[in-house]
Design a protein around this ligand. Sequence first.
Ligand code: PAF
Length: 295
Amino acid sequence: MKAVRTIEELRSGIRALQINLGPEATVGLVPTMGYLHEGHASLIRRARKDNGIVVVSIFVNPIQFGPGEDYETYPRDEARDLALAEAEGADLVFLPSVETMYPQPTKTKIMVSDITTRLCGASRPGHFDGVTTVVSKLFNIVQPDKGYFGMKDVQQVAVLQQMVQDLNMNVEIVPCPIVREEDGLALSSRNVYLSEEERRQALVLSRSLREAAAAVSEGTAVTAGDIRNLLKRVISQSPLADIEYAEVVSFPGLQPYPDDEEISRKDEAVLMALAVRFGRTRLIDNRLFNPKEAN
Ligand code: PAF
């Protein structure tokens, strides 16, 4: 495995592998912000299985953080990240500096409208513009056949799918399953911010999603309103939880269902999505399901 910091080194590294492996070797890109955990490891493993060449990028992207968010304090551990990427079989790790990615004040932005204004987009204005801009740049730099993204950031997946479709980008977005701790907490680099008590109480996220899905299949939650109420009721049992949203929306359109809409007999993908603060830590989690199949 080779770690590179410049675009030139990365492109020549990919070219060298392509010459070695032949034109059939596809390129899989796993974009990350580092502080890698088992969720990232699962993306790298999937990319390794699917492609001849695997590139992992590690870049804490300043333009997707809003004022007062955790850009400065976002956890970083380059040595550990490189060891994990190597152990999972990455060929190249791209670690650009901010100056490499944004050499002059950038005047071009990629913006997906509509679906970026809901859920996380409502409280993090501009966040998804930062994500789509940096991911477009990474796609242009690496020219991958496939890009791998975790479903914990389900809105990010929907937004990127929309972007590649609208801009005819020749990249397949590969959504990968959420990886959880044994007790149900979805893995996130930000989990390290949680105190012991906050971490214990944060289990209400996965529990509320589980209970809501069970209530839909048992017929005790029928409408979107029933599901929202149940999610909020379960989460509120944790005194430290401060709910930002507990939503029921379509996927990938992310349209909120009206409170009286019957969800339990729908034969389509329904997304329950949560953002909840525990102290200074904002956690997200979600569950995508087909109510008809769950019944
Ligand atoms: O999901 C993330 O870690 C980031 O949003 C991404 C896709 C690497 C873009 O900075």
